[in-house]
Write a protein that binds this ligand. Structure first.
Ligand SMILES: [Zn+2]
Length: 100
């Protein structure tokens, strides 16, 4: 975990890579989709279920929280992976929205 990570709230870090560190959870019992494009403190959850659509941390994010901090090469490889995943995630997210 880097220095900047320590100063950023958890939900900001969670928003780093939609679909990787967080995934949308849909709940339409109370009305139309309320999922926000931006992950905010109010629309993100680590493990509790919010009513309405929200972002929930994935096991990937939770694993990262526990931190293989300073695990050297492995951490570096994981970062590279994540960068690629993030781009793919953005594309998927866009495709998903437009397909609605
Ligand atoms: Zn929804």
């Amino acid at each position: 975990m880097s220095k900047t990570d320590k100063t950023r709230p958890w939900w900001v870090r969670l928003a780093d890579a939609p679909m990787v560190t967080c995934a949308p959870v849909h709940d339409h019992r109370f009305g139309p989709c309320t999922l926000t494009e931006e992950v905010t403190a109010a629309s993100a959850s680590l493990n509790r279920r919010l009513s309405g659509c929200h972002w929930q941390a994935t096991s990937f994010y939770l694993f990262d929280l526990g931190g293989a901090g300073g695990a050297g090469e492995w951490a570096f490889i994981r970062r590279e992976d994540r960068r690629r995943d993030r781009r793919a995630a953005r594309r998927e997210l866009r495709a998903h929205r437009h397909g609605r």
